[in-house]
Design a protein around this ligand. Structure first.
Ligand SMILES: *Cc1c(COP(=O)(O)O)cnc(C)c1O
Length: 363
């Protein structure tokens, strides 16, 4: 039995999984239509030549870009594509004319590899205060901005090892009142939670919650952004871009708000089902509106134990989850977590089976 009323529809659009796939935060399962669109374009490239095939699909590319733009609150002209979210961030930082000693404020859920990009460029990074659950403390932010303004605020809308959803729209309002631009990493949020936030610059990837193909990332820079960013276009995986277009169209056909509501309900059901099983503890508030769920392991567990648990779940039971180690969010501490990220087709049986396995592994 599906947890969500959309489960059957999501399932029918795809190949039946050979495993219990609870890992959309790594990569979601693409629909048959997405895969068909990608292959059709590869065939067209072979038949007519790649550049001709691209010209032939010009209208599709334009429509797909408009659809993606409306999903993330930008215009089509503001979007460029890269092969990943990280490549999009690099393109941004390489093209943005920032001062020599740049200051960036981030939340504690900041993705480790993003911090590496900032540090490599010599930026001063400052973590913002948060509430007990990990959401940015908006009052503290407002106060801090009265005394000092960073060159930009960078927010992971949802991080890689926590299902906490940052209040991006409010952060943007507060930052803009102080003339500070906001950049949002939407790798875990696009296709998952509402992403029209008013942010100046956003980027993300096709392959996670949108269930588009791997190898397609996007970057959108608002035209009236406070500083100019120069990003030239380059060679691209055009078949993949068409696949992403189909994935976005599928989301819009079901209704994005409906999908977001159902994913939030799935997150809640997953947390309720798993919390406290065998002394595993859910890290997010139960009703955090995301389907990314993290479990802190029983006391005394090291990262190696977590990795072994993930491997046992997969090898012995065919349950795919992630052992998320602290490099993913180094500012949040050094505790690794088990990350469970079901999509719309999760069934009660999948959660029951995982709960039974965790009970045995949790002592
Ligand atoms: C996955 C992820 C990224 C990186 O995305 P890639 O497309 O693999 O580069 C960035 N930020 C967060 C929060 C992520 O979860």
């Amino acid at each position: 039995m599906y947890v969500s009323v959309l489960g059957e529809q999501f399932h029918r659009a795809r190949l039946s999984p050979a495993i219990s796939h609870l890992d959309s935060a790594s990569a979601g399962r693409s629909s048959n239509a997405v895969i068909g669109t990608i292959s059709a374009h590869l065939w067209r490239e072979a038949e007519r030549g790649s550049y001709v095939a691209a010209d032939d699909q010009a209208e599709e590319f334009a429509r797909d870009t408009r659809d993606l733009a409306s999903l993330i609150g930008h215009t089509a002209e503001e979007i460029t594509f890269r092969e990943s979210a990280r490549a999009a961030l690099r393109a941004l930082l390489n093209g943005w004319s920032l001062p020599v000693s740049t200051t960036v404020w981030v939340a504690k859920n900041e993705f480790g590899p993003n911090l590496v990009e900032f540090e490599r460029r010599g930026y001063a990074v400052r973590p913002l205060p948060d509430d007990l659950d990990g959401h940015i403390d908006l009052d503290a932010l407002e106060n801090m901005l009265q005394f000092e303004q960073p060159d930009f605020i960078h927010i992971c809308h949802i991080g890689s090892m926590s299902g906490v959803v940052q209040p991006v729209a409010r952060i943007v309002e507060i930052a803009h009142a102080a003339q500070v631009p906001v950049v949002v990493d939407m790798a875990q949020s696009v296709g998952h939670v509402p992403t029209v936030t008013g942010a100046d610059i956003v980027y993300g990837t096709s392959r996670k919650w949108l269930t588009g193909p791997r190898g397609v990332g996007f970057l959108a820079v608002r035209r009236d952004s406070l500083r100019t960013v120069e990003i030239e276009s380059s060679e691209a995986f055009l078949a993949g871009r068409l696949g992403l277009g189909v994935a976005v169209a599928e989301l819009q056909r079901i209704g994005q708000q409906r999908v977001f509501r159902e994913l939030a309900a799935i997150g809640r059901a997953t947390r309720e089902r798993l919390d406290g099983i065998g002394s595993w503890v859910v890290c997010e508030p139960v009703d955090e509106p995301s389907a990314l769920v993290t479990l802190a392991p029983p006391p005394g567990w090291q990262d190696a134990d977590l990795r072994a648990a993930r491997d046992r779940l997969f090898n012995e039971l065919g349950i795919l989850v992630t052992a998320a180690e602290s490099w993913r969010a180094p500012l949040a501490g050094d505790q690794g977590v088990l990350r469970i990220s079901p999509h719309l087709d999760v069934r009660r049986e999948d959660l029951d089976q995982l709960a039974d396995a965790l009970r045995i592994m949790g002592y």
